[in-house]
Design a protein around this ligand. Structure first.
Ligand SMILES: [Zn+2]
Length: 452
């Protein structure tokens, strides 16, 4: 019988190796290999030669089964060594025995118990190699039983990549999960304890899996622009790029104004535009500059937005030139602009929309005022001053403030009241002081995220 022949051959070779110290030294690797054959000769699993393909049990590994049900078997086939390695890691984490890869080269994999690195007292061992007859990795032999006790520390075996691939679903549903919560989740799910820095690396890897690499997204920015123009004809999309010394184009800025939004604003919104910027806090940093209006229900009406590296005069100017063309407000005649006191923004508005009435966002002024003058009385007087409809009323409110605190009075008077008190507004823009808040950019950011 061929089986008997194989068995006999193994024993013979083993005998020669053990008896010959020179050959033992020279072929250390092979000696160990055949020596083990001798030791395991009673184990049914090892009746087969490690190098021969196994045909009696040839199940194919299913990578879609639950991670904790994965179990390597003698004769099981794998696409490649990394698939087998992943199966082994899942198996040892689920069963609480560490593992080490004694050999992991392009042709074969030898895994042993990770508890005793030198003594080799534990019997666990797995050998896999490419099949001779096909391009498939097969487990050729395995001594599955551990003679050691269980241990739930796996060191570098459990990599951030491994954790990320197992927790990607949880992180999709809760991307703002705190590291301590993540560590607790890992402890519950895998019964292992990790350092916070490893949890952090795992979370980062998972975010990359979810969002893809930023460079991949940026590489498709032209496709995105073309798709907007195809699906929303009449929209304006501008991609700004820089040509770097390495000859490659790098993303610089991105402007978008949907056709429906600009025509909607022209047809049905007051001639008022709020301008504001906010920081992007996702994987990619930068700033979002927005232009928003108010619709007939006094709700936020996004007009257009731009993504830039930084909020400065140059970027605001570029944005306002495109905006004024899109919504037909050349020179800003009859238009009211509301914004904070960002220097670059003020200068850009002056240059691009010289005829617009420029008002300050009263919430921004109050936020600064509050830093020095806290309290309900200051607050009431401030909002009363902002909401006055005629100048004498404004003066009377300010006199009341002056009687309480001259410093507060002087602070507000030095901030150009004609740009934030309704008492000085022309009729067209008299309903704006509370309406346009400084969180508009954040709202547009949410809007973009939801629609994206
Ligand atoms: Zn063991």
């Amino acid at each position: 019988m061929p089986m008997d022949y194989e068995r006999e051959k193994v024993i013979t070779v083993s005998f020669q190796s053990v008896k010959d110290p020179f050959l033992t030294k020279l072929f250390e690797d092979e000696y160990e290999f055949f020596g083990e054959k001798d030791e395991y000769v009673d184990d049914l699993v090892h009746l087969e030669d490690d190098e021969n393909d196994i045909f009696c049990s040839n199940s194919v590994h299913d990578p879609t089964i639950e991670w904790n049900l994965m179990e390597p078997k003698v004769g099981e086939k794998y696409q490649n060594f990394s698939q087998l390695k992943n199966c082994l890691i899942n198996y040892v984490v689920a069963h609480g025995y560490p593992l080490r890869f004694e050999k992991l080269v392009s042709t074969r994999l030898v895994a042993r118990c990770g508890r005793d690195t030198d003594k080799k007292e534990c019997d666990f061992r797995l050998y896999a190699s490419w099949m001779n007859t096909e391009r498939t990795v097969q487990v050729k032999s395995m001594k599955k039983k551990h003679s050691c006790s269980r241990k739930f520390t796996f060191g570098h075996l459990v990599s951030p990549q491994w954790i990320a691939s197992h927790l990607v679903k949880e992180i999709v549903f809760n991307p703002s999960i705190k590291l301590k919560e993540l560590r607790e989740l890992i402890r519950t799910k895998f019964k292992i304890t990790l350092s916070l820095s490893k949890c952090n690396r795992a979370k980062h890897k998972a975010m990359v899996m979810i969002e893809g690499k930023a460079s991949d997204h940026y590489a498709r920015i032209w496709d995105y622009a073309a798709e907007i123009q195809r699906s929303n004809p009449g929209s304006t999309v501008q991609v700004g790029v820089n040509l770097n010394p390495d000859g490659k184009h790098y993303f610089y800025r991105f402007y978008v104004c949907f056709h429906a939004l600009k025509t909607g604003w022209i047809a049905g919104c007051r001639r008022v535009i709020g301008l504001d910027g906010c920081f992007l806090k996702g994987q990619v940093k930068g700033q979002l500059l927005t232009a928003i209006g108010r619709d007939a229900n006094n709700q936020v009406y996004p007009i257009c937005w731009v993504m830039v590296n930084i909020e400065n005069k140059q970027n605001w100017k570029w944005f306002l030139e495109l905006l004024s063309e899109d919504v037909g407000v050349q020179e800003g005649g009859g238009l009211t602009v509301i914004s904070d006191q960002h220097k670059g923004l003020l200068e850009a508005v002056k240059e691009v929309l010289p005829n617009a009435e420029h008002r300050q966002c009263v919430r921004h002024i109050y936020a600064d005022f509050k830093k020095s003058y806290k309290g309900e009385e200051y607050k009431d007087l401030f909002w009363a001053a902002a909401g006055c409809t005629v100048e004498p009323e404004f003066i009377s409110v300010m006199e009341r403030l002056k009687a309480i605190d001259v410093g507060a009075y002087e602070y507000l008077m030095s901030h150009n009241p004609s740009s934030w008190s309704r008492a000085y507004f022309c009729q067209d823009c008299a309903r704006l002081n509370k309406g346009m808040s400084n969180s508009n950019a954040t709202k547009v950011d949410e809007f973009v995220n939801q629609s994206g």
